[in-house]
Design a protein. Structure first.
Length: 117
């Protein structure tokens, strides 16, 4: 499985971005999909995850109500809609997939999100 994340950019605080992660292969619906982020000097952290059918979602507490994860299994793509962005959301965002929750076998290359104050 190869993952390609894109959609990052520079946005002002309060703005929005939508990240996308496209996966290769025909088994996309067999994977739990996740978004992580890593800010400079900090460890990589879990941001959000979505179950194989899309019916279950999980979020880091600080992004609840602002970020929405979704997936389109027909397009082999997972999305992260980010609204009301804050400077502390600045990071490189990565998508990751695994066969179960808490499993991250495959990683994308990351896309930079910068939120200016």
């Amino acid at each position: 499985v190869q993952l390609q994340a894109y959609g990052g950019g520079l946005v002002q605080a309060g703005g929005s971005l939508r990240l996308s992660c496209a996966a290769s292969g025909s088994t996309f619906s067999s994977y739990v999909m996740n978004w992580f982020r890593q800010a400079p000097g900090k460890e990589r952290e879990f941001v959000s995850g979505i179950g194989k059918s899309g019916s279950i979602t999980r979020y880091k507490e600080s992004v609840k109500g602002r970020f929405t994860i979704s997936r389109d299994n027909a397009k082999n793509t997972v999305y992260l809609q980010m609204n009301s962005l804050k400077p502390e959301d600045t990071a490189v965002y990565y998508c990751a997939s695994g066969s179960n929750w808490g499993s991250y076998a495959y990683w994308g290359q990351g896309t930079q999100v910068t939120v200016s104050s």
